[in-house]
Design a protein around this ligand. Structure first.
Ligand SMILES: *Cc1c(COP(=O)(O)O)cnc(C)c1O
Length: 226
């Protein structure tokens, strides 16, 4: 089932009139057993996402030896608590959920201690829902300016979680807002380099996200459920 799901997603992407190679599919494996993650990797998944550091660390350790040398990239997509930053920096290739300046500064500090340049994204609360983490869109540019000055983090782009809606179309405005924000940051040269990544689109809304320029999809149910 997992294999069929992944083939279906790949086929969907390859039928789009865009460079589908440029879109990274992250399998969000929170609450899923290691056996299922292995199946996803066997079917061609190279990127794994988790939303809790503890769970990710135990899976990371358990799987390290089982991957037959396949290079898997680990993504942190959930809210990161202060007391988990040190562990997070040890295992994650990309932290999507940087939602305060303080968090970015602490990641920078912990990364410096282990001589790492930690790739990160800034999470933007594009819907303004109070249940969601992330910078307000109007705060994002100031945050980017400050975070771009930190030596041991490498800001690669933006991430958002759209509200739960009935159709992907209703999620589109939030994706559009994130894309426009990235364009604004790039045109104003807020960073010395161009921000490239737009991490947006989940099982129920990824079609609209792709149309608005997503280049990282975070898919859970679409991969692991029937
Ligand atoms: C769980 C989760 C996903 C995947 O959700 P699905 O709807 O199952 O695709 C994506 N992003 C984040 C931040 C998540 O927590």
């Amino acid at each position: 089932m997992i294999k069929e799901n992944i083939l279906k997603i790949k086929e969907y992407l390859s039928n789009l009139h865009i460079d589908s190679q440029a879109i990274v599919v992250i399998a969000i494996s929170k609450n899923r057993p290691i056996e299922q993650i292995k199946q996803a990797i066997e079917a061609g998944i190279t990127d794994i996402g988790e939303n809790k550091v503890q769970e990710a660390v135990s899976k990371y350790n358990a799987m390290r030896y089982a991957l037959c040398g396949k290079p898997i990239r680990w993504h942190m997509v959930g809210h990161l608590q202060a007391n988990k930053i040190k562990q997070a920096v040890k295992i994650f290739d990309l932290i999507h959920s940087v939602d305060t300046l303080r968090l970015a500064e602490e990641i920078n500090k912990q990364a410096a201690k282990i001589n790492k340049i930690q790739d990160i994204l800034i999470e933007v609360n594009t819907s303004g829902e109070t249940t969601k983490f992330g910078f307000k869109p109007e705060e994002a540019i100031a945050a980017v300016r400050q975070i771009a000055g930190l030596k041991n983090v490498n800001l690669k782009g933006l991430m958002t979680v759209a509200p739960i809606v009935d159709s992907p179309e209703q999620a589109r405005p939030y994706f559009k807002l994130l894309r426009e924000l990235r364009e604004q940051i790039n045109t104003l040269h807020i960073t010395r380099y161009t921000l490239h990544i737009l991490s947006m689109g989940m099982t129920d809304d990824f079609a609209a996200a792709i149309q608005e320029g997503a280049n990282m999809l975070r898919l859970g149910r679409a991969i692991f459920e029937a």
